[in-house]
Write a new protein. Structure first.
Length: 317
């Protein structure tokens, strides 16, 4: 019995066939089972044994080491597939949810993220993967096919492309009315954004027409009020254009607006100058008018006396 202490376990035997058989018959319930598998996956010299061991790994840290350091390309690919399965919770014992979430948030592998977004056992993991994906068509697939309503809603909110939204809206019209409604809302927003340039140009034209029509009016107080209002409206239109990232503003509309505005301002200036001139003339003539009014008033005051002096003793003129 004492010699048994010096006997190596079969998974450490020099003969690779014996090590391979030991690995294949190793029970998951055996003590140190996963420690043995990790050791073989990392250190065994036989490629076939490492390949079998990698397919049974449950430690994501060990899988990472193999992905980055194993010399065999096929083993590295197997390790990558194993890691994806572990992240999705497809292998028992499952790694902790928090640990899987942390790794998903750290990965930049688009294919891995898409795999997780479809295959992960927890909705929050699928949603975390979706949050890092950029492919529009994939969002559409998830919005239609994911078993969880919250994930479908999350996916449809990520869609920007009109054709994808139309596909989701049509597919979910009778299956998930909330997702279909969100797709419709986003389509309406896209339509509004597409029409925004035309709408802003039309508003600018209406402002120009309004200014041009004011030139036919002689109510300069009204013209001044409308001119101030139109200037505010013009600034708002240009601000909306810039904020929408639509590029350079239309030079022809700018020239049209500036020309109409300048002509009205020139007319207002002439109106003010003429008004000041009239007021000055009135001020100049006011003393003369006042003097004339005084003389007239004095004359009118003497008329009764003159009429009395011209009467005969009988009171006749």
């Amino acid at each position: 019995m004492i010699f048994l202490r010096f006997l190596k376990p079969k998974w450490q035997h020099r003969n690779p066939k014996i090590r391979k058989h030991a690995l294949q018959t190793l029970s998951d319930k055996m003590p140190r089972c996963h420690e043995i598998i990790s050791s073989l996956a990392l250190r065994d010299q036989d490629v076939d044994i490492r390949r079998i061991a990698v397919k049974r790994l449950v430690d994501m840290g060990v899988v990472d080491q193999i992905i980055t350091s194993d010399t065999d390309e096929q083993i590295r690919d197997i390790a990558k597939d194993r890691l994806w399965q572990l992240l999705c919770g497809k292998i028992e014992p499952k790694p902790a949810l928090a640990s899987r979430m942390e790794r998903i948030k750290a990965t930049e592998d688009e294919k891995c993220l898409e795999y997780i977004a479809v295959q992960a056992d927890a909705a929050e993991l699928r949603q975390a993967a979706l949050n890092k994906i950029t492919r529009e068509a994939f969002f559409g697939d998830i919005a239609i096919n994911d078993p969880e309503a919250d994930v479908r809603l999350f996916a449809v909110h990520r869609i920007q492309r009109k054709s994808t939204l139309e596909r989701v809206k049509k597919a979910m019209k009778s299956r998930d009315k909330r997702v279909s409604a969100v797709a419709k809302e986003r389509l309406d927003l896209i339509e509004a954004e597409q029409q925004r340039p035309q709408m802003l140009v039309q508003q600018a034209k209406q402002i120009c027409i309004g200014l041009e029509n004011l030139r036919h009016s002689e109510d300069w107080q009204h013209i001044e009020l409308r001119l101030n209002q139109n200037e505010q409206e013009w600034q708002f239109v240009q601000e909306q254009w810039r904020n929408s990232g639509l590029g350079n503003w239309h030079e022809d509309l700018e020239r049209r607006y500036q020309s109409s505005r300048d002509k009205l301002k020139q007319g207002m200036k002439a109106f003010r100058e003429n008004k000041i001139k009239i007021q000055a003339e009135e001020m100049l003539h006011n003393p003369i008018r006042a003097q004339k009014a005084k003389i007239v008033a004095e004359c009118e005051a003497y008329l009764p006396e003159l009429e009395v002096e011209n009467l005969d003793p009988e009171g006749n003129k």
